[in-house]
Design a protein around this ligand. Structure first.
Ligand SMILES: NC(=O)c1ccc[n+]([C@@H]2O[C@H](COP(=O)([O-])OP(=O)(O)OC[C@H]3O[C@@H](n4cnc5c(N)ncnc54)[C@H](O)[C@@H]3O)[C@@H](O)[C@H]2O)c1
Ligand SMILES: [Zn+2]
Ligand SMILES: [Zn+2]
Length: 361
């Protein structure tokens, strides 16, 4: 099958042939219909996060089940599915305590002594990316990396629910659990940040202040429910938020992945506020907080894939979209072919677009 391979880090993606196995016990073969480009993929291309190569990137996707392996009863051929990298074992203490997005993930890959799900055509190793690898015509995944969805849901928009939507909405609904009428600031209005903005609006925030350096993104943010916007290339975001709210917000969200903006998220909180860091800060990078602020009972926390329980959450996000309560059409800036994937990441770097989605034939 054709796939987008990362061979060297840092590096671009090569479109090449990759071999894919038949579904083994507990595995499902999915025909990929659509796959979104997430900034997390880019972090692995630039080397901000390490990964063994060669690997097929991509993790935000939807498709149709083509075959199931022995023992799979949850899915059958023809089912429409969304993938999620938060594959869960259902047995570890995180799964059993209701936090499957933190699953220890034991036993969810193949035994390393035998043939793997993906390989190069000459039989050498090809590593599956985050249990998914969706920049490819097919995906061979553990059944617990998939959720079944209703068939009237368009699959190109369903793909976005696989990461950015779940990450953004989940950060608001599950990680931070903001009450209605909260005051909120969101730093970074890309595919993820726009979903934090719309999540906050859906949750009934009284104030949603969107921060970005790009005017186009701030226009998007207004469409997604921002009540105020701040262009951080022109003003100091922290003092602007403090001024707008008379001292700082109750909840801030960082959706970029930088030390400086994670620190801003902390600084723009009022007393008792909670900062949630969604962006992936490069490995080895520390974040500095003013210790005095702890007396103001400020809190800071991370959020992994929106602390999701995706088999429960994603079908509900699909319903919200189908009922006109969730914006997904507006998130898709471009539909591209697999061969355009590098251009898609270049467009992401300019900060002008919300999401590019690869659509397969
Ligand atoms: N925690 C998770 O589970 C999870 C899941 C998905 C993505 N992520 C991470 O979330 C982050 C955002 O992902 P994305 O796909 O939305 O990225 P993106 O590139 O689409 O969006 C980033 C946005 O930040 C803006 N920006 C950049 N620097 C800025 C600055 N200094 N001040 C204000 N705005 C600035 C850009 O203009 C852009 O709009 C990435 O780090 C990604 O890896 C985390
Ligand atoms: Zn992602
Ligand atoms: Zn588990």
């Amino acid at each position: 099958m054709r796939a987008a391979l990362l061979r060297t880090i840092p590096g671009q993606l090569d479109i090449d042939e990759v071999a894919i196995g038949d579904p083994g016990p507990g595995e499902v073969l999915v025909h990929t219909t659509a796959a979104g480009l997430c900034h997390s993929d880019l972090h692995f291309m630039t080397g901000a996060y390490p990964y063994p190569t060669p690997t097929v990137l991509g993790h935000e996707s939807a498709g149709v089940v083509e075959a199931v392996g022995p023992g799979v009863t949850y899915l059958q051929e023809g089912d429409h599915v969304i993938s999620c990298l938060s594959v869960f074992c259902g047995r570890c203490e995180f799964c059993l305590s209701g936090r499957p997005s933190l699953c220890a993930k034991a036993g969810l890959t193949r035994d390393l002594t035998g043939p793997q799900r993906l390989s190069m055509p000459d039989g050498s190793a090809c590593h599956q990316f985050l249990h998914v690898s969706s920049f490819a015509e097919h995906m061979l995944v553990h059944e617990n990396a998939l959720v079944k969805i209703r068939k009237d849901m368009p699959l190109d928009r369903a793909a976005l629910i696989g990461c950015s939507v779940t990450t953004g909405l989940g950060a608001v609904f599950r990680t931070a659990q903001i009450p209605a009428t909260s005051t909120v600031a969101v730093i970074g209005c890309g595919g993820v940040g726009l979903n934090v903005v719309q999540g906050a609006a859906i949750a009934g925030a009284s104030r949603v202040i969107a921060v970005d350096m790009n005017e186009t993104k701030l226009e998007f943010a207004k469409q997604f429910g921002a009540t105020d916007v701040i262009n951080a290339s022109q003003t100091d975001a922290v003092s602007a938020v403090q001024q707008l709210t008379g001292g700082g917000v109750e909840y801030s969200f960082e959706a970029i992945g930088l030390k400086a903006t994670a620190e801003q998220a902390w600084q723009m909180l009022g007393a008792g506020g909670t900062a949630t860091v969604v962006g992936m800060i490069p490995v080895g990078q520390s974040v500095e907080l003013n210790g005095f602020d702890f007396l103001a009972e400020k809190k800071i926390q991370g959020s992994n894939m929106g602390s999701n329980r995706f088999r429960f959450d994603m079908p509900r996000y699909v319903d919200l979209y189908m009922d006109g309560k969730l914006k997904l059409d507006e998130l898709v800036s471009a539909r591209i072919g697999l061969e355009d994937v590098n251009d898609g990441f270049e467009a992401m770097k300019t900060g002008e677009i919300a999401r590019s989605v690869i659509v397969f034939d």
